[in-house]
Design a protein around this ligand. Structure first.
Ligand code: IVH
Length: 716
């Protein structure tokens, strides 16, 4: 079998392929085990397959197959983590929706306690965070267990992952009780979610649906180094077992949690009248779009803990609290047109133009329609969407702001469809340049890609403009004062001394402007000072870090992470460029080298080689290099390290460290980590169960060692 990629490095196509493989393999093993009582593999190997299936599903929830071996479509596969029995059950909350329901709730509290509704009972009112509830147990002020809610009685032990969340204290200050169980919500900030999705899109990988699902998927990683890359956050709002109570009120308890270092929600208030409570609910509702986290309501809790105790619980929820939900963020409107936007990589994205409608307080006029299949009612994995209903111009549609972020069309109202409406025909040509637009066939899976792409490349104005925008963007060349507006202007200009069509033109602008009759400073919106600043900003980037340079080239599937990896592996642009041009030759060693880089898969390798096979790309790069110097990557000092400059391969199941840890450590010492063995390999570190790579290393006379020897070599 070929190398197993870390789940996080799988593309959508890889995931589809592997989930299909795992479904049939696991079904076969099930039949052998149960039916014939004649298993082919050990229980441990079976579990490993099942776990891998679960991990892929957690990362690609949209790809979960109807015949998924996890048997629980769309939810966390059980058995991935150890179970934890909660010392006290983690309950849910009752929901209320109207003002009247809120008065009823408050009246019922007074009634239950046998008191007149005289406004003498205080309630806390705080946002209901749309994340995942978590119970954190501290013993002697040290975090010992973190568990998900699960079914309320037993949850999953996700301690290793929780330890990667910076906002969650690992230790509590002196003075905190010996046993403390803090409960609250783990969530992902909207801004972090958007940034992550932008990166996923950049790398040509499946984007996530909303922050909540992403947070859930991130927490269910078996490898905490993956969770660590996913900036999760936390709000504390409750507690479980406590060896000592620092306060006798809800608000006082939350204050104590804050004092121990937990983030608590700043919008919490202590209120007594129904009017004040409803007013706060509306205030929070108004602030909602500006908050950097998703909330789905406001939670009211009786503040006095003695009263909470008297009120007690129903079967699954407390009598002393309720959740006042915001109305669902959906609305009906009419789809007036479908426009096609063309992105940098030529992807044609259909955008729905809508009769403006307010969805959860925000006016929505556009919504994404994702791709051709989405419009037809076909999901990513070929499954029917909206029971197969397609979307047509003129339809009455249901718009939803998913996770507060990107509006989508979730369904149509079939009864309202005009008799003469026709199915939408997705364009076969690019609306910008007229080139053919195609859905490529994934060579590995043989499946047709869901994205339709313009084949115009450089000819396509939309691609060229988007490419320039990418080139100057913050994580690429980061040229200040050079935004979308400026690019549109320079691109459209027919004047030789002003026009910018490709990236090198940016760097010749100042020179071309010398003695020009159409001076930039005389053009509306520019002016002397801003022109001088613009030239300064451009000139500052004549030297640029290699990873930024590679990323800026805009090669498909080469996002920031891949660009960094390539820069580190090749060290200088010259090396990289030579290797990539050579890698296109049949049987080239450079091709094998590229594929051997740990973290570079087949799809990425091909995309890079394809890029360098295109003469027009090479010409642009060459012109760019006349203007700009990419700076060599300084190998991490690793000075004096016996592994600096060496190429290392890790194989077998490592027991002393995770593969990511091993890799990061080796790289920090100046070593290169490769994914397979060749005569260029210097050291093979073999854990238990090492197979073909170890054989090959021995055959080639490569130095091999076990984990302990490796640790001894690098100094523990
Ligand atoms: S209190 C015994 N406060 O909502 C009551 N829950 O629908 C314990 N949630 O499972 C929960 N924000 O995951 C509480 N400020 C908040 C909350 C909150 C979000 C979640 C929590 C709970 C669910 C109940």
């Amino acid at each position: 079998m070929t190398d197993i990629k870390p789940v996080d490095a799988l593309s959508e196509a890889d995931a589809v392929e592997e989930l299909a493989f795992l479904a049939s393999e696991l079904a076969r093993h099930d039949a052998l085990y149960h039916g014939k009582d004649d298993p082919e593999i050990s229980d441990a190997d079976y579990d490993a397959l099942k776990r891998r299936n679960g991990e892929i599903e957690a990362l690609f929830p949209d790809l979960v197959r109807p015949d998924s071996p996890s048997g629980k479509v769309g939810s966390a596969p059980s058995g991935l983590f150890q179970q934890v029995t909660h010392t006290r059950p983690m309950l849910s909350l009752d929901n209320v929706f109207s003002d009247e329901d809120v008065s009823d709730f408050i009246a019922s509290v007074y009634r239950f306690l046998g008191r007149l509704p005289d406004g003498s009972i205080a309630f806390t009112a705080e946002p209901k965070i749309d994340g995942l509830s978590m119970s954190l147990r501290y013993e002697k002020r040290k975090l010992v267990t973190a568990a998900t809610r699960g079914d309320g009685t037993t949850g999953e032990n996700v301690t290793a992952n929780i330890r990667t969340i910076a906002e969650i204290p690992q230790t509590l200050p002196d003075g905190a009780p010996d046993v403390v169980e803090v409960r609250g919500e783990v969530y992902m900030a909207k801004s972090d979610f958007l940034a992550l999705n932008a990166q996923m899109e950049e790398e040509g990988r499946q984007t996530y649906v909303n922050p909540r699902n992403t947070a859930a998927g991130s927490l269910r990683q078996l490898d905490p180094t993956i969770t660590a890359t996913r900036k999760l956050r936390f709000f504390a709002y409750s507690w479980g077992q406590m060896s000592e109570m620092p306060s006798d009120t809800q608000s006082g308890m939350v204050g104590a949690l804050k004092g121990w270092g937990f983030p608590v929600n700043p919008l919490t208030q202590r209120l007594t009248s129904v009017a004040a409570i409803l007013d706060h609910y509306r205030q929070i509702g108004l602030t909602r779009p500006e908050l950097d986290y998703d909330i789905d309501g406001v939670v009211y809790k009786v503040d006095d803990l003695v009263l909470q105790g008297r009120l007690g619980f129903r079967s699954r929820s407390p009598r002393w609290a309720t959740a006042h939900k915001f109305p669902a963020e959906q609305a009906f409107t009419i789809l007036t047109a479908i426009d096609i936007q063309v992105g940098r990589t030529g992807a044609l994205t259909p955008v729905a133009r809508l009769v403006p409608v307010t969805v959860g307080g925000v006016v929505v006029t556009n919504a994404t329609l994702h791709n051709e299949d989405y419009i037809k009612g076909i999901g990513n994995a070929g499954q029917p969407l909206r029971e197969g209903r397609d979307i047509r111009i003129g339809d009455t549609v249901i718009v939803q702001r998913a996770g507060d972020v990107i509006p989508q069309i979730v369904d149509i109202v079939e009864e309202k469809r005009e008799a003469d409406s026709a199915p939408y025909v997705f364009p076969k040509t690019c609306p910008v340049c007229g080139s053919h637009a195609v859905r490529e066939v994934n060579e590995k899976t043989g499946k047709v890609d869901s994205v339709t792409r313009c084949t115009g490349g450089f000819v396509c104005r939309a691609q060229a403009v988007e490419h320039l925008k990418h080139f100057v963007s913050r994580n690429a060349f980061d040229i200040e004062g050079f935004g979308a507006k400026q690019i549109d202007f320079f691109f459209a200009s027919e004047d030789q001394t002003l026009s910018i069509r490709t990236a090198p033109d940016i760097f010749t602008l100042e020179e071309r402007q010398q003695g020009s009759l159409s001076k930039l400073e005389n053009i509306d919106g520019f002016g002397k000072v801003s022109v001088r600043k613009l030239y300064e900003a451009i000139n500052e980037r004549r030297q640029v870090a290699l990873p930024r340079f590679i990323y800026a080239l805009g090669i498909r599937h080469v996002g920031e992470t891949t660009a960094k990896l390539l820069a580190r592996s090749y060290g200088s642009y010259g090396e990289f460029d030579n290797a990539m041009r050579a890698a296109g030759e049949p049987g080239a060693e450079a091709w094998d080298d590229l594929n051997r880089i740990d973290g570079i898969g087949d799809v990425v390798a091909r995309a890079i080689v394809e890029f360098y096979k295109e003469d027009r790309n090479v010409a642009v790069v060459d012109r760019l290099l006349e203007q700009v110097t990419p700076l060599d990557v300084e190998a991490p000092s690793g000075e004096g390290s016996p592994v600096a400059g060496k190429t290392v391969v890790f194989t077998g199941s490592l027991e002393k460290f995770t593969r990511d840890e091993a890799k990061a450590r080796a790289e920090s010492l100046g070593a290169k980590v490769a994914g397979s063995v060749s005569k260029k390999t210097d050291i093979l570190v073999a854990g238990p169960g090492a197979g073909s790579k170890l054989d090959k290393a021995r055959e080639l006379g490569v130095q091999t060692m076990d984990e302990d020897e490796w640790l001894a070599l690098i100094g523990g």
